[in-house]
Write a protein of this length. Structure first.
Length: 215
C-alpha cells in the first residue's frame, strides 16, 4: 500500500520551463553560442544544472575548465532566479493544488523530490509549500537523476520505506530514478506514454482514481 507520494516539481506541479529556457539562452548568447534552441532545452528536462550546461557547451569548440563550468552554471542560475522573482501561483499546473488537497484528505504523506536547489523558493512563491510535508532537493543530494538519491532522501524524510512511495514525474531520468529507488511511478506531461512508468496520465488533472493507484 502506498502511503506517500513524491512529486517532481517542474513539469509536474509547476511550469518554469520558459524561465529555464530564457536563462540558458541568455548564457549561451553571452558565450557566443547562438544555436541553442528549445529542442536543446527539451533535452535538459529532469537533469542537473551541470548536465544541462554540458548540453549548451556541446555547441562550442572551446574547452572550459571545471572551475569555469561551475561559474557558468552559477551565472545561469542567477539569471533564472531573477526571472523567478516574477513567479506566482499562475505557474501552478492544472490539477496540482486539487491533487495535493485530495491526497492530504486521504491521509497520504506528500513529498517533493527535485534536483533544483531553487525548489523551496518556487514552492513558496507559487503557494504550494503549505501542501507539502517534506522537501528533498538539490540542497540535500550529491547525485542527480537518474540516480535515485533525491527520492530516497524524500522517503527517508517522510519516514517511509521506498516500496510505500509513488513518484510522479514528467521526465525519463525521473522515472528511471524511481525504478532504481524501488518505487512505483506515475508519468505525466507531454511524453507520459513513452516513459515506461507504472501508471500514466497526461497531467494531474486527468488522474481520477487515486485510491486504486495507491492500493
Amino acid at each position: 500500500m502506498i502511503k506517500g507520494v513524491i512529486f517532481d516539481l517542474d513539469g509536474v506541479l509547476v511550469s518554469t520551463d520558459e524561465m529555464h529556457y530564457q536563462a540558458w539562452k541568455r548564457l549561451a548568447d553571452q558565450l557566443g553560442i547562438f544555436g541553442f534552441t528549445r529542442k536543446d532545452n527539451e533535452r535538459q528536462r529532469g537533469v542537473s544544472r551541470m548536465a544541462s550546461l554540458e548540453i549548451v557547451l556541446e555547441k562550442t569548440d572551446r574547452v572550459y575548465t571545471e572551475e569555469e563550468k561551475v561559474k557558468l552554471a552559477e551565472k545561469k542560475n542567477d539569471y533564472y532566479k531573477e526571472l523567478l522573482q516574477k513567479l506566482d501561483d499562475g505557474a501552478v499546473l492544472k490539477g496540482a493544488k486539487e491533487t495535493l488537497a485530495k491526497l492530504r484528505e486521504m491521509g497520504v504523506l506528500i513529498g517533493v523530490g527535485s534536483v533544483s536547489k531553487n525548489t523551496p523558493m518556487i514552492l513558496e512563491k507559487t503557494g504550494l509549500l503549505p501542501y507539502i510535508d517534506k522537501v528533498s532537493c538539490g540542497l540535500d543530494i550529491t547525485k542527480s537523476k537518474p540516480d535515485p538519491e533525491v527520492f530516497l532522501v524524500a522517503a527517508k524524510k517522510l519516514g517511509l520505506p521506498a516500496e510505500e512511495c509513488l513518484v510522479v514525474e514528467d521526465a525519463a531520468a525521473g522515472i528511471q530514478a524511481a525504478k532504481a529507488a524501488g518505487m512505483k511511478s506515475l508519468a505525466v506531461g507531454p511524453y507520459y506514454e513513452k516513459l515506461g512508468a507504472t501508471y500514466q496520465a497526461p497531467g494531474l488533472y486527468a488522474v481520477n482514481d487515486w485510491k486504486e493507484m495507491l492500493g
